[in-house]
Design a binder for this molecule. Structure first.
Ligand code: PGA
Length: 242
């Protein structure tokens, strides 16, 4: 399976940036699988402009297929306009919008029902890591954020590493990814052993090769460094050949 490099634009990007970004991706050859996750309004423009080999993802969806939910977007509509993936349970949504594990699980269920591939985010805070609770916190998030029929991708994103320039040690990343693999294999014997586990949190061109070479790391979820196509492509180029 190729490495997966997903770009989470968060609330960044403008319409004028879509074409140049897509052209840069078209001009490069990537052995990794690329996924671009821009803000909702840019999805149709990216769907039209991206090379066919690059996948398109949203950053959230609602748990219901339609209805009176002002400001929300359904997984069905995302699928219809060309998204294939959706980031769910990102720590910024858990913090800014009070999303619980149960909310995330319901969204994952809706995404799967609509034919989207969920990228489910988990990760501990710094006090939780300092207290030695990181693995337990992440295992609890996994247990309650994934519905019984889960398939898709997991992104391990320590909250204190997001946007800070700080990353866990290679040993800590490897240990957490091994713990996530064990938990997935336990809960989902058929798919858990092969579920890609991405690392996210201050991934940049300078540290990507070291992180992507760690055992059980199947790719990266990249925030800030995905905003420039050149940096995003440099991260993708650091992925080991498979
Ligand atoms: P960052 O964000 O790469 O800017 O740290 C990662 C993420 O939040 O997905």
């Amino acid at each position: 399976m190729p490495f997966i490099i997903a770009g989470n634009f968060k609330m960044n990007g403008v319409l004028a940036g879509v074409q140049p970004y897509a052209e840069a991706l078209k001009a490069a050859e990537s052995k990794a699988k690329l996924i671009i996750c821009p803000p909702f309004p840019l999805l149709p423009a990216f769907a039209a402009a991206l090379p066919a080999t690059t996948a398109l993802g949203a950053q959230d969806c609602h748990a219901r297929p339609s209805g009176a939910h002002t400001g929300d977007v359904s997984a069905t509509l995302l699928r219809e306009i060309g998204a294939t993936h959706v980031i769910l349970g990102h720590s910024e949504r858990r913090a800014d919008h009070g999303e619980t594990n149960a909310d995330v699980s319901a969204k994952v269920f809706a995404a799967l029902a609509a034919g989207l591939i969920p990228i489910v985010c988990v990760g501990e805070t710094e006090p939780q890591r300092d207290a030695g609770e990181a693995e337990d916190i992440v295992k609890t998030q996994l247990r309650h954020s994934l519905p019984e029929n889960f398939t898709g991708l997991i992104a391990y994103e320590p909250i204190w590493a997001i946007g800070t320039g700080r990353t866990p040690t290679p040993a800590d990343i490897a240990a957490m990814h091994a713990a996530i693999r064990a938990a997935l294999t336990d809960s989902f014997p058929a798919t858990g052993p092969a579920t890609p586990i991405l690392y996210g949190g201050s991934v940049k061109p300078e540290n990507a090769a070291a992180i992507l070479a760690l055992p059980q790391v199947g790719g990266a979820l990249v925030g800030g460094a995905s905003l420039k196509a050149a940096d995003f492509l440099a991260i993708a180029a650091a992925a080991p050949a498979v």
